[in-house]
Design a protein around this ligand. Structure first.
Ligand code: OTP
Length: 178
């Protein structure tokens, strides 16, 4: 635990997961993931996570392409970013190997920025690594990020009666001292 006194951490990409659930036609829910995310946390508690939106993996290649082009518009907005001050939760983590906290963050996505609240569980592992997961999903509403037109475009192309504009996001992240 003494590692927390000095370490900066980097996200271990291949041991981290960021997923969301889409719902179409009222009752078909599907899990999507981003395969490329980067992140770091400084000893002072400045956390930044970058999501490569082109790495959307919906398990259907043509759907990935359409989401890149019509929803995220990756040519114009290649990345989403989450910025948070986690100094409070890091401080708590110095005295307990497992802590939970409600942490305000800024989400930049599709040229828009909104405040969100992350419900975090932070586990400090023996080797100074930190595991951060969500104790509850964060709901992203497409309207706050100018993504409604994109969802509606996907809905039209697929000939679907509806695709929900409200999307739960989950994550489990591993950070290693750097
Ligand atoms: O015909 P057919 O039926 O076959 O049709 P198809 O299915 O082929 O086509 C139809 C298309 C469908 C169904 C797809 C529709 C798509 C959608 C509805 C998706 C819309 C997506 C949206 C609105 C948002 C996507 C989400 C993101 C970009 C991610 C947002 C990120 C969030 C909320 C924050 C995540 C938090 C993170 C990463 C953690 C932060 C951690 C920290 C700050 C660090 C803490 C560190 C320490 C040490 C404490």
């Amino acid at each position: 635990l003494s590692n927390l006194a000095w370490a900066d951490w980097a996200l271990v990409s291949n041991q981290s997961a960021l997923t969301f659930v889409s719902t179409k036609a009222g009752n078909i829910a599907e899990v999507h993931k981003f395969s490329s995310i980067k992140g770091q946390v400084t000893a002072k508690g400045a956390a930044i996570i970058e999501i490569d939106l082109i790495s959307i993996d919906s398990a259907i290649p043509i759907r990935d392409e359409r989401m890149q082009k019509f929803l995220f518009e990756t040519a114009k907005f290649p990345k989403a970013k989450i910025v948070a001050d986690v100094s409070g939760v890091l401080k708590k983590s110095k005295s307990a190997a497992y802590v939970t906290a409600s942490v305000p963050a800024q989400l930049q996505l599709h040229g828009q920025e909104q405040s969100i609240t992350l419900e975090l569980a932070v586990a400090t592992l023996n080797d100074g690594q930190i595991m951060v997961s969500a104790t509850q999903p964060t709901i992203v509403n497409a309207s706050g990020f100018d993504l409604v037109a994109g969802i509606e475009k996907l809905r039209e192309i697929a000939g679907l009666p509806a695709i929900s504009h409200s999307v739960p996001v989950s994550f489990s992240l591993l950070f290693a001292p750097s």
